[in-house]
Design a protein around this ligand. Structure first.
Ligand code: ADP
Length: 510
């Protein structure tokens, strides 16, 4: 075992690149975060500039190393985590000739709907990726059908992580989990799926080589090493996608261990020892290693809902927070805390961005239901926080159908900064919730994969010994009963309102 004491993780998120420097026991030494813009050149398009993301990643790594004050020679390796489903067209000079089209991009709704009625189910059963505009497969079909010029000129199609690895190490490689989330990767054979490839109109040699998460890249140029503040020979371990890495980094590895992450979006996930697909196509199943898969469901409406509540209702709190150097989310959470669980019968359907699991309906819309004259701003905030968790609970029910009842529940992501939001989660699920000290679970998972790849730790599961945890949250029986009663109504509302959501969404598009 090396004498070196630290391990670095790069986490390429939806809105920012984060670099976190850890001690070997999971304690955070330093972190740095660099945001990048999102571009909407059409209302439903959600794009980013790959070069801006590269610059943010370099700044984050160099920022974390410099903040820590340690010698870069003390760092064992860099593990990489990345958000899923991004797609970039590359020319034969290895240059990006399209923006990075993100998971949130909605341009290919029609292609998704058509595919669902044709080969969609067969492709889902092979790939484990629900048919939805989030997936690179459906984006490629859109590109093919609309004669998108970068698609016609592309030598390769890559995700943002592959783009960085190509630029930094000159290799087109992709880890199994990022490959799985393209909708083009067969989770039974761990090869590119012929049916999906032919639907997308591309060949396997236009995609990267799938490799295990322990694959190592080494050999930075002098100039890049300097910009990163890292030694030239430091090993970069490819790692995985942010979902499985969050499960690993939180210790949710065994059957029955459920991880709930709420950052900008959210998800509930569980590892499995064999691939398992869902006849109703509500749940994804992605390959992680050749003997580990991850099942679960994503929501489009997590922390972004609280952001929206803050923007719409929180003017006073935002101003006060600025003046007193407090956090506006904390001030709004304090208001919501004064309201009874269940917000005195006010429900919020959080589908501000349409919804993925469990309904997979891009035309779902948000709504407050049950308003009376006695409901105030604080009720709206509380109902909003509760609505996000009811939605995750509904995805949890779908996951439970396949994976059985949870034995342990773990939570991470930006929402875990709020004890009230965590208590709402605990009370709605009626189950203890365990929370790590650092909410950067994907980064710790990536760092751990790095240590594992280099033989510094004995197994993935051994991470359980090295995750600093807070005290567990415990459910209140009375609150759980109240939430169960409200959930019965909540769970019927989407179906009751669906035709109206669709009419309104068509109206909004005109
Ligand atoms: P990302 O998924 O982009 O990496 P984060 O995991 O940092 O994002 O989560 C961001 C979200 O966390 C915000 O949108 C907000 O809803 C929530 N959040 C951040 N700070 C707080 C806080 N103090 N209290 C409650 N929620 C918070």
């Amino acid at each position: 075992m090396t004498e070196k004491k630290y391990v670095l993780a790069l986490d390429i998120g939806t809105t920012s690149a984060k670099a976190v420097l850890f001690q070997r026991n999971g304690r955070v030494v330093a972190e740095d975060e660099n945001a990048y813009p999102v571009y909407h050149s059409h209302p439903s398009w959600v794009e980013q500039d790959p070069l801006e993301i590269e610059q943010a990643a370099i700044n984050a790594i160099s920022g974390a190393v410099q903040k820590s004050g340690i010698s870069h020679r003390e760092i064992i390796c860099v593990g990489i985590s990345s958000a899923m489903h991004s797609l970039i067209c590359m020319n034969d000079q290895h240059e990006a000739i399209s923006p990075s089209i993100t998971w949130a991009d909605g341009r290919s709704v029609e292609q998704a709907n058509y595919l669902k009625q044709t080969d969609g189910k067969d492709i889902y059963l092979n790939t484990g990726t629900p048919i939805h505009p989030m997936s690179p497969l459906v984006k490629l079909i859109w590109m093919k059908e609309t004669h998108y010029q970068p698609y016609l000129n592309a030598a390769k199609f890559v995700s943002i992580k592959e783009f960085l690895l190509q630029k930094w190490f000159g290799k087109y490689i992709v880890d199994y989990a990022i490959a799985s989330a393209t909708g083009l990767f067969n989770i039974h054979t761990f090869t590119w799926d012929q049916l999906a490839l032919s639907s997308a109109g591309i060949t396997a040699d236009q995609l990267s080589e799938p490799v295990p998460s322990t694959a190592i890249c080494q050999g930075l140029t002098t100039e890049l090493a300097e910009r990163l503040s890292l030694p030239q020979d430091i090993p970069f371990v490819i790692g995985s996608s942010d979902g499985p890495l969050a499960n690993l980094g939180i210790g949710a590895i065994n059957p029955g261990d459920v991880a709930i992450t709420v950052g900008t979006s959210g998800a509930i996930r569980q590892m499995a020892s064999k691939p398992q697909t869902d006849d109703l196509q509500e749940i994804f199943c992605y390959g992680v290693t050749k003997d580990l898969w991850i099942m679960g469901g994503p929501t489009n409406n997590g922390g972004n809902v609280f952001y929206w509540l803050k923007e719409v209702f929180g003017e006073v709190e935002v101003e006060r927070a600025l003046a007193s150097n407090e956090n506006p989310y904390d001030l709004l959470t304090a208001l919501a805390k004064g309201v009874n669980p269940g917000a005195d019968g006010l429900l919020f359907l959080p589908f501000l961005n349409g919804e993925r699991a469990p309904y997979w309906d891009a035309d779902a819309r948000g709504s407050f239901i049950g308003l009376t004259q006695s409901h105030q701003k604080q009720h709206m905030i509380r109902a909003g926080l509760e609505g996000v968790i009811f939605s995750i609970y509904s995805i949890g029910e779908a996951l439970e159908r396949l994976a059985g009842k949870p034995s342990n529940i773990f939570a991470s992501g930006g929402f875990a900064r709020s004890p009230l939001w965590l208590q709402i989660l605990t009370d709605i699920f009626g189950h203890d919730v365990q929370v790590p000290v650092s909410h950067q679970s994907s980064a710790w998972g990536a760092a751990w994969f790095g240590l594992y790849a280099l033989g510094e730790v004995s197994s993935l599961a051994a991470i359980k010994e090295d995750i600093p945890m807070k005290e567990a949250f415990v459910p209140h029986a009375v609150n759980h009963a109240r939430y169960q009663e409200l959930y019965r109504t909540y769970s019927e509302l989407y179906f009751a309102l669906k035709p109206h959501f669709h009419k309104l969404s068509a109206f909004q598009r005109v």
